[in-house]
Ligand binder design. Structure first.
Ligand code: HXC
Length: 517
């Protein structure tokens, strides 16, 4: 019979094995590639000494081909819970040193149990992905595991924040788990996401493309918009995740964390008077406006590299977290196109799900014209943004700094779609279109037949500008709550935000809406 001493020794040996994962040689290879191991990543994420591992001794149950001799304790994923900056958090880190971090039936079981626990405990879940995808040797059993994860990602959506960090390969259908989560981080040079790799692409479409170009961190942060954040290395990625978490509530029943402010709520900002140029065609940087208004100029931008004509991100106003959506005149005049509509719509829905009030800065000439946009479906994609704003029941505040033209006026959190507090600066122009376009349409014949068409056009532009290129028509109709001096924006928005903090608005009973996808 095994003595107690032997039993204790056995436990120690088994634990050592678990800690060593796939062995020193494979760990060395991971380090040489510029990556950290799964354990090192978890160590950086959690507050010291708080990480509690789950499913430590799980192994796979397959035997083909010779898999019964390839059992490694933990089976390629390390799961557990602990504290991140003092708040309960759940996390799994795929362990590339064990069969390439591939998803087996057993290891996906560890992940799905963790997802359920995160939901039951109302705490965020962070997935650190570094995996060759479904474990090939297990066939359909591994696919079942992948689908089990998708289901829980979907059920958890809007209940707890779900964050994915891609820190190595993320290949095949397994990429869809991160895609179902709220935010995707990627690490420059070492992370890749694709449905099929370069070799398959070469065979099917005869395209030559490198892994990096196809699905590297830059590609997904700029072109595809699949990723929200680009980090230089694993350490920076984990720091960025922690910063994001600091803005988020633990779950959909809580409000975001309040931070005692060190910035005055009554701070006025004379520089705001100067920012909007006299010429309506001259761009300016909306980021500067945001930075001058939010607490301590701290704005945590999301998707900064994708669809730059719209800016989204999180900040605080007198200590309260807000989500900001802002047209960016610096990039294609801040026009709304397909990508910017989708980018903003998804963010608005996240904020609404997690009780984060929305502050919109508006300077938008309209929706992007052209066959490219029309044929790719700007009608249905722009409708996503309308749907998201209309549906959102969190407090909604809007500041119109300059242009609010056409359909874009309606879309960008107007009063008509249940925005709570809408103000404009004196430089605002609320109209169906810009004065030049309007004069050309309304007075085409008069201009054509005039002896001096240029003079005629310029007079008509002036006329239209006087009638509409201002905020007062909208204000007289009650479509704006106030016209304010730019320097007073911070104190006025803070007051409104605080007075709206108990807002409750119901949706008509339904199973769910049918957002135009
Ligand atoms: C089992 C795998 C594996 C997998 C990698 N390994 N992927 N084992 N199942 N899916 C193993 C390798 O055999 C190797 O084992 C070890 O992990 C390290 O892999 P390497 O190839 O040596 O590493 P590297 O050169 O860095 O390449 C990493 C990689 C490559 C790009 C991820 O391994 C790869 O292309 N893997 C297959 C990717 C794939 O097609 N997966 C299936 C996707 S389909 P040894 O013992 O030699 O060290 C999918 C379905 C989901 O996921 C469907 C949901 C709807």
């Amino acid at each position: 019979m095994e003595s107690k001493k032997e039993k204790y020794k056995k436990l120690e040996e088994n634990r050592k094995k678990a800690l060593l994962s796939g062995g020193e040689a494979r760990i060395k290879k991971i380090h040489e590639s510029g990556r950290l191991t799964a354990r090192e990543r978890l160590h950086l994420l959690f507050d010291d000494g708080t990480f509690q591992e789950t499913g430590v001794f799980v192994t796979h149950r397959s035997s083909w081909p010779g898999m019964d001799k390839k059992k490694i304790v933990g089976d390629g994923v390390i799961c557990g819970h602990g504290l991140v900056n003092g708040r309960i958090t759940f996390s799994f880190a795929q362990d590339f040193s064990v069969l390439g971090g591939s998803l087996s039936e057993a290891n996906s079981g560890k992940i799905t149990r963790l997802q359920e626990m995160a939901m039951e405990n109302g705490a965020p879940i962070i997935g650190m992905n570094d995996s060759g995808g479904a474990r090939i040797q297990e066939g359909v059993a591994s696919l079942a595991g992948v689908a089990d994860i998708f289901l829980r990602n979907t059920l958890a959506s809007g209940v707890i924040p779900q964050i994915s960090a891609i820190m190595g390969p993320s290949a095949g259908g397994a990429v869809y788990s991160p895609a179902l989560t709220d935010f995707v981080f990627m690490v420059d040079g070492t992370s890749h996401m694709f449905i099929t790799g370069p070799n398959v692409i070469k065979k099917v479409t005869h395209e030559d493309v490198s892994q990096e170009e196809l699905g590297g961190a830059t590609t997904h942060n700029t072109k595809s918009g699949v990723a929200h954040f680009l980090a230089d290395d694993d350490e920076e990625c984990i720091e960025m995740i922690k910063e994001l978490l600091s803005f988020l509530p633990q779950n959909n029943l809580e409000t975001p964390p309040y931070l005692t402010p060190s910035d005055s709520p009554s701070r006025t900002e004379p520089r705001l008077r100067e920012i909007v140029p006299n010429d309506p065609k001259t761009p300016y940087d909306i980021q500067e406006v945001i930075n001058l208004i939010v607490d301590n100029g701290e704005f945590f931008e999301i998707q900064p590299l994708h669809s730059k004509n719209i800016v989204i991100g999180l900040a605080r106003m007198n200590g309260h977290v807000i989500g900001i959506v802002a047209n960016q005149p610096m990039h294609i005049a801040g026009v709304l196109d397909i990508d910017s509509s989708i980018k903003a719509a998804r963010f608005i829905r996240f904020c609404d799900a997690f009780n984060i009030p929305l502050l919109t800065f508006e300077d938008v000439p309209g929706f992007m014209p052209g066959t490219d946009q029309e044929w790719q479906g700007i009608i249905k994609h722009g409708a996503k943004l309308i749907f998201a704003y209309c549906e959102a029941t969190v407090p909604k505040l809007t500041v119109i700094t300059r242009k609010a033209y056409g359909g874009a006026y309606c879309v960008m959190s107007s009063k008509h779609i249940r925005s709570d507090y809408n103000v404009a600066w004196p430089t605002a122009e609320l109209a169906v279109m810009g004065a030049e376009g309007a004069a050309n349409i309304l007075y085409r014949n008069a201009i054509k037949t005039s002896k001096n068409p240029e003079k005629e056009l310029s007079e008509k532009i002036d006329e239209y500008e006087k009638a509409f290129a201002n905020p007062y028509v909208a204000a007289s109709l009650g479509y704006l709550d106030d016209v304010i001096m730019p320097e007073n924006t911070r104190p006025m928005i803070i007051r409104a935000l605080e007075n709206l903090s108990n807002k409750r608005q119901e949706m008509p009973p339904k199973k769910h809406g049918n957002i135009p996808l």
